[in-house]
Design a protein around this ligand. Structure first.
Ligand code: ADP
Length: 380
């Protein structure tokens, strides 16, 4: 009947694992926050619960061949306990801790000799001031745990601007503000037995701290930089012992690349691979965590452009399908079954082809239709 996979989290990432799981006859179930959420809609065998409760995790993994994740907010102690009970936890808790805590991540990356922005642990306003004396204001300050989509990241010009975070107690991470030319991501998948495969390095475009657009491969990336970025991803995957997909977000500067952060799961920067690669990051993640041979990561077209649908004026963006599909038959549309809220990641569109500008134009226009912007009379 095929292997059984258990995934923590009920959002769009678990949902997008469902399609390759079905194709490969992997029985996938998710521990979901709500019975009608993005993943639960397509994975019928999905219990509602929280990874903070080990009983919920135990229920999820009963009879499963592997436990994996679509987010990293899972207590390491629970995962160690499950491992001791014989559960295959992929990635394991030690690797995962580098994606859970940005201070820990910076320390580990330093040990691995991976280039990072200059950084410091901040326990007091004085710590921030002395760090700023070295690197200059403004400084980037981050909450080490729990941030996502730019929440938990501030650009500050004085210690007063983080007094609320200081009052919450707990250390903060300060980083120099990197004068980056653009942002890149290197994705690699690694099996427990060590096999690794990477995709071509992509460019990611953030707006208001949220990923808006991804271009694969990163346009005009010098081969040396691409090699460096890919090598960093492999070094981290191996050095930290990551299994499954690892996404390494990076800043490209005039001098080379520095690592921003890590995700140990399929990542927004890899969504293009569903339509733009022989093997998608979702299929690869499942293969990797089940320790199956990895799939070909070659591109299916010279370019792939992925654009996120962030909020919509339509109550249900799928009502725009007739207009969108008539106008852009080449657009690959992915909606996540989520209720519309301003700025919320509701889906994405990927267009692949021979010409980057055309792909970008079509993907942008297709997403605009999903947002409820009226296509012109002629387009309708
Ligand atoms: P999150 O965990 O919320 O995704 P990130 O650490 O990725 O937060 O930061 C979000 C965005 O903030 C980045 O994509 C980048 O645009 C900007 N940013 C983060 N760190 C730095 C830095 N050290 N220098 C310059 N910009 C940064």
């Amino acid at each position: 009947m095929g292997p059984v996979g258990a995934v923590v989290g009920g959002g769009q990432l678990a949902r997008m694992m469902a399609e390759p799981a079905a194709a490969l006859q992997i029985r996938l179930r998710a521990l979901v926050e709500a019975a009608d959420g993005a993943a639960a809609q397509v994975l019928p065998d999905s219990p509602v619960g929280t990874p903070k409760d080990i009983a919920d995790l135990r229920g999820l993994v009963t009879g499963a061949d592997v436990l994996t994740f679509e987010h990293e907010h899972v207590p390491g102690d629970h995962l160690r306990a499950l491992q001791a009970e014989g559960v295959s936890v992929q990635p394991g808790p030690d690797a995962l801790s580098c994606a859970q805590d940005k201070l820990h991540m910076r320390t580990r990356l330093g040990e691995l000799g991976v280039p990072c922005p200059r950084w410091a642990r901040i326990d007091s306003p004085a710590d921030l001031e002395s760090f700023a004396e070295q690197v200059g204001w403004p400084v980037i300050v981050k909450t080490p745990v729990g941030g996502y989509d730019g929440k938990g990241v501030r650009v500050v010009s004085s210690a007063v601007e983080i007094s609320d975070w200081m009052a919450d107690g707990g250390p903060l991470l300060a980083e120099e503000k990197v004068p980056f030319v653009r942002e890149l991501a290197a994705l690699v998948a690694r099996r427990p037995s060590g096999e690794m495969r990477s995709w071509a390095v992509v460019e990611t475009i953030q707006r208001d701290g949220v990923c808006a657009e991804v271009v694969s491969p990163a346009p005009g990336l010098e081969p040396g930089l691409a090699e460096q970025a890919e090598e960093i991803a492999r070094t981290v995957a191996e050095g930290v012992g990551v299994t499954g997909v690892l996404a390494v977000e990076m800043f490209a500067t005039a001098e080379g690349v520095v690592v921003n952060e890590l995700a140990m799961r399929p990542h927004n920067s890899g969504h293009f691979s569903i339509d733009g690669s022989v093997t998608s990051q979702f299929e690869q993640h499942l293969r990797a965590v089940l320790d199956l041979p990895l799939g070909d990561t070659a591109a299916t077209a010279p370019w792939a452009v992925m654009i996120n649908l962030l909020g919509s004026d339509l109550e249900d963006p799928s009502t725009a399908y007739p207009a969108l599909m008539a106008r852009y038959p080449e657009a690959k549309v992915h909606l996540y079954g989520k209720a519309v809220r301003p700025g919320r990641k509701l889906g994405h569109v990927t267009v692949t082809g021979d010409d980057l500008a055309t792909c970008r134009e079509k993907a942008t226009a297709a997403v605009a239709i999903l947002r409820g912007e009226n296509p012109s009379e002629e387009q309708r």
